[in-house]
Design a protein around this ligand. Sequence first.
Ligand code: UD1
Length: 430
Amino acid sequence: MEQYVIKGGIPLVGEVEIAGAKNAALPIISAAIMTDEVVTLENLPDVNDINVLLEAIEGIGARVDRIDRHTVKINGSTIQDCSVEYECIKKIRASYYLLGALLGKYNNAEVPLPGGCNIGSRPIDQHLKGFRAIGAQVSIEHGTIIAKCDHMVGAHIFMDIVSVGATINIMMAASRAQGRTIIENAAKEPHVVDVANFLNSMGADIKGAGTDVIRIKGVSSFHGCNYMIVPDMIEAGTYMMAAAATKGDVIIKNVIPKHLEAITAKLLEIGCEVEESDDSVRVVAAKRLNRTHVKTQPYPGFPTDMQPQMSVVLALAAGTSIVTESIFENRFKYVDELTRMGANIKVEGNTAIIDGVPNFTGARISSPDLRAGAALVIAGLEADGFTVIDDIVYIQRGYEDFEGKLRGLGAEIERVTSEREIDKFELRIG
Ligand code: UD1
């Protein structure tokens, strides 16, 4: 089992380059199989979730050629099977995007119910409601979702809740239905826009992505294209929080500052300096930061995927902060671990009451999920002494070369697999 060992207490300083957005790349890889021509995708992050999905599409017959670490060519003309194997896909939640893609292309999809991070109950009723609205018969048999139809017909769909996954999935399938589909109460996240832009590059006719009404005119076929994935706003936000927590000075490059506005606003509010340029942001935290309140919301609100990292920063700020998680109910699992490092946090329902402490102390802790894991790494970077984090496999699902990029900012962090390696690290760093 791989672990991180960290010697904390060093302010992060320097520049870090952000990779492509995992949560855009996952649906885009799925959608790429919807044409029989070659699609070239650039700026793919090299993270486990992406590699698992690429293997899954190979598993149903698509051809995947790796051009370099961040570029693949995908050819969906060789797909023979609309049924995805459970073993290929059980680890990633975004497997559900293959439903929309296969249904859109072949009118037939069989995909095991998704796994992914355990951050609360994660129903997919809105996805299925959308597929049914455009004419698919959907059933769940032996843990697999089966969606089929003779042909799909556009429909007017009102989403009961704002869902990133459902919006994207319905958009993919409906872009090949006959006639017009309107999705109301759609999610507005930058990756929804990125997927719409990608589908349009393949010949789809989608308007309004980024607003809460998306209008889709179905087309009968897609063609190949070259596409570059948008930068990952959550990876960027994570480094912004790491700079803030360690009282550092970090320039985060290859970002779209507009996507980071909710995060930037909170950092400014608590006393950080944030300088924006065209494609980078610089975060400087010269002194102890102040308390604030945060509530997670769909975009453009404060992202749920940044809640644990923000809470770590607030756990070090002066005063009492209240963090309300309104998207997923099980997103405070890192709090017990953080308490072991000296944080003072009380969770009541979907709210965390955080009394800031001046600093953390290193401890042996465990990563409960992807974003919480990243947040605990940030805590370790700030803490006095050594921190060892177990279960970093979660973190590797979504952060490319996390330890390498942090080392580039001056952090003392290493990926290890044994007690001996931990001892060696501690001896070396002292
Ligand atoms: C995506 C992201 C995840 C992020 C989340 C919210 C991916 C792979 N994951 O997850 O990192 O935290 O958006 O920004 O892109 N819901 C239903 N029924 C549904 C679908 C969702 O009730 O059919 C609920 C969920 O339980 C949750 C809320 O809607 O409470 C939002 O979920 P959703 O936006 O769909 O999240 P995901 O697409 O799963």
